[in-house]
Design a protein around this ligand. Structure first.
Ligand SMILES: Cc1ncc(C[n+]2csc(CCOP(=O)(O)OP(=O)(O)O)c2C)c(N)n1
Length: 935
């Protein structure tokens, strides 16, 4: 029957007229109505109607039929509001005692037979039975939200599965025993830690232990349905339990961590607390299937791990599973307060169906302990459920009572099946509680005395399930007790062994799988650039492919013109601009077999309309991507991202993590938007190697430069990156030539280690006539961390200007115009690792120079200067600065003021330098005066 949920009793006259029309000619009404009236006429002849007698006139009964249908529909849509899903609190009641009345029905209708029962597969049935059936299905320990899904096939899929079994699990005896055994591990593990490491933080899972059998179940079901690998992201709560009882990290290793035995004084790694560490492993399911599991390391910042897991998964889909979304699935485990409060969840959800970001559906599990630290759920969200964000992408949500471990295992299997069938996200909200405080040293009664009184008296899920199985005769009391005792025995043995070992580190080495052959860089390796040139033959071959537009496709005239200009670079001028330098880097890497992925807002064309890596054909949505026409297996993937920085940067970080042999790049629209993704920079990009021994080769392109566009689009906040630089953690560059940009991109994959690379990329230089590189700069040499001046006369130089980025060209202009051979302009192309040795060489070379000045466009409190002044504070370089004066805002909003500031900087840089002799004199006098003062 067609959906009839648009009808109600108010339509009585209309329905009556339809029925009359149907009686005269069935074909005169819609097919759905024909079927309905057919059933209704059939129902009228059945015993039910005869018995009910007073069922009233035909139209009146038709109305009641409709009411029953509405009731069924109501239960399907809103039954979740009436479930028994909360283990420790009573749910609020809607319309108590008026459930029938709400649908225009009464107790007197309970024995009337309604054809509407057909909708549930019951056939004509008494209202009593219909209601029982929908209550059993939708109002027990599982609440289902799926009716808002617009795809009727998905809706039907759920309806059929849930209603055919009344949403009731029917596990075999063996399966029940397996569930019991996993629950036993989960519960005993926590209580063991609680007694042996009293007061130590572990963010226990107690109250939500059903998560462990649920995960076992989803992994088992997933592997049955073809999944070979799961990537898991989760926060602190229950992480140790997952590591031990799902990931099979050895109990001994975990106990050693509790005893602080994994600390290695020799190591340069800073490490992290145990409930943030990642792990990966191969496990075998109950059915004997091998599954790879990886738990992503995560920072304290809740939900920050979500995009990283998604990116990691997508990378594996692209490179390891050849685009097959059914071989790997992400599982994200959220907390109720964080899933409701953190915007990153929304950003990640919006990726669900996007070509460049989808992962074939994520299984979202929420450990809904109804509290966030001390904050009650009522203060944590405005939405009814913590999972309501799921509805933005029409993802189904199941709310399950965490005390009903079978219901949870059943639902999670259903969710897995759904994910594999439709490649869509699905949420499971596990209603549970947190037995203790936020951590083990915390007193929850200070803030939730009533709830914690209820929790105190509440039996743990193992106790509840054990009693159920004893009642069913699946196990006896003695068997269940033995299970507990045996497992405690195993844990005690592991603890004893861990205590007897002096130091214990069984952590998996970092360079496994795709990272095989790579290593942590030594100091020398980081500072050395390898030869990254390509042959002229390759360059021209790539160039011709990149600039040749197929004759049979219609392109815009301006694009054809642009490509003709590009073509000339290869055929005639042999001088290349920024866009070509960039694409030659990609093309040459692709030719060497390295895939390239570039994502960010509007990257296909490029924010500044310079890239045109993807061309849209005239009057069409079809696209042409020259980089994908090269003669290579490696693919160029380029995606305009959703308007997100935090989510997309996290995704690309994860993407790069899974494949160090692909070049992965994220480009910000303007560099200043990066601060929306600061958590990913601070918590992952800058610190993950130190904290978790996880390298990453991600490249960030951050458009930067003072061009009078106002405070918001001038600065990508170089200072923010410079303050993060230590231990050779990242590379920061601000290149001035297409060739140097080309080499640094190629260098990223040419070495045996990976480091994130932050490039402050240009805007005006994209079209600057001098910002071009000759062919030989691509076919010879390597990335230059520092570029010396080739115009100044070394002997005459009295002042050396150190500069980076586009300001160089403005200084150059002035130098050339005024023919100032006494001022050398030295470009620092790589700000970090800072080429200190090369800078010292510069000092030696310009031996008559008295001034060494850092010149920057940014205000004095920004840019690279605060870093440089710290780095060189005790050096004989005695650096000074020329910059905009310190400022709260990055740049002025007035174009005129911008220009005068710019002229001031350039003018100041070329002010007549003081001679070295005079300067030495001044220094001596100052020193003397200081000594006098000291006396
Ligand atoms: C982004 C972020 N903000 C604040 C915190 C501090 N914090 C740690 S746990 C917590 C409560 C989390 O509640 P919930 O998500 O429900 O998880 P639970 O601890 O209850 O399992 C808060 C606010 C954090 N870790 N991350």
């Amino acid at each position: 029957m067609d959906r009839l949920n648009y009808i109600n009793s108010g339509n009585a006259a209309y329905i009556h007229s339809l029925y009359e029309a149907y009686q005269q000619d069935p074909g005169s009404v819609d097919y759905g109505w024909q079927k309905f009236f057919e059933g209704f006429d059939f129902g009228k002849t059945t015993e039910g109607i005869a018995v009910a007698g007073e069922a009233g006139s035909a139209p009146e009964h038709v109305l009641k039929e409709i009411n029953v249908l509405n009731m069924i529909d109501g239960y399907r849509s809103r039954g979740h509001l009436f479930t028994k899903t909360n283990p420790v609190r009573d749910r609020r009641k809607y319309f108590p005692g008026k459930e029938l009345e709400t649908f225009g029905l009464t107790e007197a209708d309970m024995d009337t037979v309604f054809n509407a029962g057909v909708e549930l597969g019951l056939g004509p049935a008494k209202l009593r039975d219909i209601r029982q059936m929908i209550e059993d299905t939708y109002c027990q320990t599982i609440g289902a939200e799926y009716k808002y899904i617009r795809n009727p096939i998905k809706v039907k899929w759920f309806e059929e599965r849930m209603e055919s079994r009344r949403n009731t699990p029917n596990f075999t005896t063996d399966e029940k025993k397996q569930i019991l055994s996993k629950l036993n591990q989960a519960v005993i593990f926590e209580s063991f830690l609680g007694t042996k490491f009293l007061g130590q933080k572990r963010f226990s899972l107690e109250g939500a232990e059903a998560l462990i059998p649920a995960l076992t179940s989803v992994i088992g079901k997933g592997s049955e349905l073809g999944i070979e690998e799961f990537t898991i992201g989760m926060a602190h709560r229950g992480r140790l339990n997952v590591l031990a009882n799902i990931m099979e990290k050895s109990y001994k290793e975990i106990f050693s961590e509790f005893q602080g035995k994994n600390y290695d004084a020799e190591s340069s790694f800073g490490g992290d607390v145990k409930y943030h560490l990642g792990y990966s492993t191969d496990i075998e399911t109950q059915a004997g299937k091998k599954v790879h599991l990886s738990l992503c390391p995560n920072p304290s910042h809740l939900e920050a791990v979500d995009p990283v897991v998604e990116g990691l998964t997508r990378s594996k889909i692209d490179y390891k599973y050849n685009g097959d979304f059914t071989k790997i699935a992400p599982i994200l485990i959220h907390g109720d307060a964080s899933v409701a409060g953190q915007g990153i969840v929304y950003e990640v959800l919006q990726m669900e169906k996007l070509e460049g970001y989808r992962t074939g559906g994520t299984i979202h599990l929420v450990i809904n302990n109804q509290i966030g630290f001390t904050t009650n759920y009522k203060d944590a969200r405005s939405s009814t459920y913590c999972t309501d964000v799921a509805k933005t992408v029409l993802s189904p949500v199941f709310h399950v009572n965490g005390d009903d471990v079978e219901a949870l295992a059943y639902v999670i299997n259903l969710a897995m099946e759904f994910r594999q069938t439709f490649n869509s996200d699905v949420f499971i909200d596990i209603l549970c509680y947190r037995r203790y405080g936020h951590n083990e040293a915390d007193e929850p009664k200070f803030t939730q005395p009533v709830l914690y009184k209820a929790i105190e008296e509440h039996p743990n899920p193992l106790e509840i399930y054990k009693q159920k199985l004893i009642k069913e005769g699946v196990v006896d009391g003695a068997g269940a007790a033995k299970l507990e005792k045996d497992f405690r025995g195993i844990l005690q043995k592991m603890l004893d062994e861990s205590k007897s070992e002096e130091r214990f580190t069984e952590s998996k080495p970092m360079f496994l799988g795709a990272w095989q052959g790579l290593h942590i860089a030594t100091e020398n390796e980081v500072t050395a650039s390898l030869d990254t040139a390509i042959s002229e033959k390759d360059l021209l071959e790539i160039g011709h492919k990149l600039t040749e537009l197929p004759k049979d496709k219609p392109f815009f005239k301006k694009i054809e013109k642009l490509f003709e200009e590009r073509r000339k670079m290869f055929d005639e001028t042999h001088v290349f601009d920024w866009a070509m330098g960039e694409q030659l880097a990609y093309g040459s890497l692709l030719k060497e077999g390295h895939p390239v992925r570039l994502s960010g807002e509007d990257v296909k064309r490029g924010t500044f309309s310079h890239r045109h890596a993807v061309l849209t054909l005239v009057d069409s949505e079809d696209e042409y991507t020259p980089l994908n026409t090269l003669d290579t297996q490696a693919k160029f993937r380029i995606y305009n991202s959703l308007l997100s920085e935090y989510g997309v940067l996290g995704f690309e970080y994860g993407y790069a993590l899974a494949n160090p042999h692909a070049l992965t790049i994220w480009e910000a629209q303007f560099g200043d938007f990066l601060n929306g993704a600061q958590i990913i920079v601070d918590q992952y990009i800058a610190s993950s190697e130190t904290k978790w021994q996880r390298g990453n080769g991600l490249v960030l392109l951050l458009p930067h430069g003072y061009e009078g566009q106002g405070p918001e689009h001038s600065s990508a906040r170089i200072e923010r990156f410079m303050e993060l630089c230590a231990d050779n953690n990242i590379q920061v560059a601000n290149c001035t030539t297409p060739a140097n940009f080309f080499h640094i991109l190629r260098r990223q994959l040419s070495r045996d280690f990976r480091k994130p690379l932050v490039i402050f990329s240009p805007k005006s230089l994209l079209r600057h006539p001098q910002c071009v590189s000759p062919l030989k700069d691509f076919t010879e040499g390597k990335f230059q961390e520092l570029i010396d001046d080739s115009y100044a006369d070394a002997k005459k130089v009295k002042r050396v200007l150190f500069v980076s980025g586009k300001l160089y060209y403005e200084l150059l202009d002035k130098q050339q115009q005024d023919k100032r051979k006494d001022v050398a302009i030295v470009r620092i192309e790589q700000l970090y690792p800072t080429p200190v040795a090369q800078m010292q060489k510069i000092k030696a070379k310009y031996s008559n120079a008295a001034d060494f000045i850092w010149v920057q466009e940014e205000p004095e409190n920004m840019g690279a200067w605060p870093y440089m002044v710290r780095k060189f504070r005790n050096s004989d370089l005695n650096l000074d600065v020329i910059s905009r004066k310190e400022s709260a805002s990055t740049a002025t909003g007035y174009a005129k003021q911008h220009t005068s500031q710019q002229l001031y900087i350039i003018g100041k840089a070329f002010e007549a330098p003081v001679s070295k002799a005079t300067k030495d004199n001044i220094n001596k006098t100052t020193e003397k005066m200081a000594n006098v003062a000291a006396d």
